[in-house]
Design a protein around this ligand. Structure first.
Ligand code: PEP
Ligand code: MN
Length: 333
């Protein structure tokens, strides 16, 4: 059960709500986010919620049978929109495109990509500064210097930045350069990181874990929300299955299921989803047709020379064609 409280609720009224809940054997977590004041109530018994709904200070009350609560569609039927400023809004019915290299490599690389984004009216740049790599000997990113490079070149064009944060201690250094924090697949259940991201006022896109279930993804988002940050996006990026012929099994089913189970926007990552460049555009388009609010994909001037994930990275021509096709999809939808 979720109770939405009036922000102006006075301490006595709040205490009386707590007393009623506790006498009905609910355990209660109070959640204050950027926008709202909630009580998340977990109980074993079925209680007539009208007795609580009538209490002073209660704005609304909803039963939520899912084990995740705040991210559930069961209490919030309208879609959540994430406003990044400068009219860049995710989840407003227009597919959002996020594109950029797997890793930030150099000033020159960033500058080429920014020109490509500007030319194609892509408003959000992706690019890893802190890279989780399967081998410790692979390129692990330029760190904060890479992020600053990206920020400096995106700012004049109001291009928004999404980049991965790998540990809580990086958040404070990164925050002024970032518009959306990405939680990578490998960190999808790093609950200390999720807790820390719950304490900031910046959007977070959380990727599905490498072998993560849909419910686990929703519960990871619940961690962040329940700490106070409701600016959240979910990302399907493929999962590990018995199939080894492509990088991951891109679970296109998950897109609709996530949209159905949660009010949060859903972003598809076909680059990591299949890991094979020539199929990325088709899966990107399929994802939008399947209901994704946006796509995130990798692009580089010379994918064959990229320091990471070149095999799944589009070149500028391929990326431009994809952007044009997304316009057609927009018209179709
Ligand atoms: C990435 O976006 O470059 C990345 C490392 O993705 P994932 O966490 O999905 O593997
Ligand atoms: Mn990558």
């Amino acid at each position: 059960m979720i109770i939405q409280l009036y922000k102006t609720i006075n301490p006595e009224d709040l205490q009386s709500i707590f007393n009623t809940l506790e006498s009905n054997q609910y355990s209660v977590t109070q959640v204050k986010t950027q926008f709202e004041n909630y009580l998340v109530c977990i109980g074993k018994h079925d209680v007539d919620i009208r007795i609580i709904g009538h209490l002073k200070g209660v704005k609304d009350i909803h039963r939520v049978s899912d084990n995740y609560k705040l991210v559930s569609r069961k209490w919030k039927t309208e879609n959540t929109k994430i406003n990044l400023g400068d009219d860049v809004i995710i989840g407003n019915g227009n597919p959002s495109l996020m594109a950029g290299p797997c890793s930030i490599e150099s000033e020159e690389q960033v500058s080429k990509i920014v020109s490509h984004l500007v030319k194609n009216n892509i408003k959000i740049m992706r690019g890893g500064a802190y890279k989780p790599r399967s081998s410790p000997y692979a390129f692990r990113g330029l760190g904060i210097d890479g992020l600053k490079m990206m920020h400096e070149q995106c700012k004049p064009y109001n291009i928004k930045i999404i980049t991965e944060v790998m540990q809580a201690s990086q958040i404070q250094d990164m925050i002024q350069y970032v518009d959306v924090f990405q939680v990578g697949a490998r960190n999808s259940q790093n609950y200390n990181l999720l807790d820390a991201l719950g304490e900031i006022d910046k959007p977070v896109m959380i990727k599905r874990g490498i072998s993560g279930t849909i419910e686990e993804l929703l519960n990871s988002a619940e961690y962040i929300f329940s700490k106070g940050n409701e600016k959240l996006l979910l990302c399907e990026r493929g999962i590990r299955t018995f199939e080894t012929i492509y990088r991951n099994t891109f679970d296109i089913n998950a897109i609709q299921i996530l949209k159905d189970k949660s009010h949060l926007p859903v972003i598809a990552d076909p680059s990591h989803g299949i890991g094979i460049r020539e199929y990325v555009p088709k899966l990107a388009l399929a994802s939008l047709m399947a209901g994704a609010d946006g796509i995130i994909y990798e692009v580089h001037e010379k994918p064959e020379e990229a320091l990471s994930d070149g095999q799944q990275t589009l070149n500028f021509i391929e990326s431009e064609k994809l952007v044009q096709k997304t316009q057609l999809i927009k018209a179709l939808l």
